[in-house]
Design a protein around this ligand. Structure first.
Ligand code: ATP
Length: 303
């Protein structure tokens, strides 16, 4: 029997306001040892979902299990094994990296030796007396991750950690996440609104769009899904007949037109031949941008 997932969220629906569902029926399965990229455009519901997983928001509908236990009943023991970076970290600008960690050490019940360890892991061991206000954003971000690492968590949840970082900072962050996963065995959930930012490190991807999960699976499955999101838009002199003739392509009616999933350019020529051989006039035959396709463009285009 396969091991149960490290995290399982079932049918999460969340409303900030009574009549507006910010999340609808969210199902997530995250396996131990993976780096899970949680992707979606701004406002899709990433932070809300992660806040529910971290118990920062109360579950209204649905169920969350982490480490095989329900979050509602085993909250404290679960949260002790999770490190997180959500929204801006609270760092003291007038203190050094080490002093910042010292402030949080007792909160987490971590040993003094753990401070040097986490500074090493995030590559800030040589910052000495430099105060945090003189740190670059990338260094601040790594220090915030060091804080999250103090309790030596099994699961690390990072909400848009690459936001605002320059390309060098993003590369450093990727390296760090890979090390945490490979060398320290941590499962990592990292959210982003850009696929390119996380594509190089993630093993699995979940895509949230308007509060709904529209894809979840290994990174390798994403590209075939992406292709399926493209459709060919067809308008002829008789759309009913077109719909009937194209049954094998799984057509859908779109107002005055018909659309079929786009597979390749040869299929478009084949459809054209089929329609004209049945004496239909073909007015339009073109790939149409669906919401999903537009979503992929948004996820793959730098702001
Ligand atoms: N405290 C709140 N009260 C009311 N609505 C909220 C609150 N927080 C977030 N929202 C709304 O919920 C929706 C999802 O926001 P959320 O922050 O979860 O998205 P996101 O994917 O993390 O986006 P971003 O990257 O912009 O933070 C948005 O429409 C947002 O305006």
């Amino acid at each position: 029997m396969s091991e149960s997932p490290l995290l399982k969220a079932t049918s999460l629906t969340y409303r900030y306001e009574k009549d507006v569902a910010t999340l609808t029926d969210i199902n997530l399965t995250i396996e131990k040892g993976c780096i899970y990229g949680f992707l979606g455009p701004n406002g899709a519901g990433k932070t809300t979902t992660l806040s529910l997983l971290l118990g920062l928001l109360e579950v209204q509908e649905g169920h969350i299990e982490i480490f095989g236990k329900p979050l509602t009943s085993d909250r404290v023991s679960i949260l002790k094994k999770i490190g997180s970076l959500i929204e801006s970290p609270s760092l003291y600008g007038h203190l050094t990296a080490k002093e910042n960690l010292e402030v949080y050490r007792e909160v987490y019940g971590a040993s003094k030796a753990r401070i040097a360890e986490v500074l090493n892991i995030v590559g800030l061991e040589d910052t000495g007396k430099k105060t945090v206000k003189k740190f670059s954003l990338g260094m601040k971000q790594r220090l915030a991750i060091a804080l999250a690492l103090l309790p030596n968590p099994e699961l690390l949840i990072l909400d848009e950690p690459a936001n605002g970082l320059d390309p060098a900072g993003i590369i450093e962050l990727r390296k760090l996440i890979k090390t945490l996963n490979k060398t320290h065995g941590m499962t990592v959930i990292i959210s982003s609104h850009l696929l390119g930012e996380v594509e190089k490190i993630v093993s699995h991807v979940g895509i949230i769009f308007k509060g709904k999960i529209i894809f979840q699976g290994p990174l390798s499955a994403l590209h075939s899904f992406q292709q399926k999101a493209s459709r060919v838009f067809i308008k002829t002199s008789d759309n009913e007949t077109t719909f009937r003739l194209l049954q094998e392509y799984q057509p859908e009616k779109e107002g005055e037109a018909v659309s079929v999933p786009f597979e390749n350019i040869n299929q478009v020529a084949e459809i054209n031949r089929k329609l004209t051989s049945h004496n239909l006039d073909v007015y339009l035959l073109y790939p149409k941008k669906s919401d999903l396709e537009q979503l992929f463009i948004d996820l793959t285009t730098a702001p």
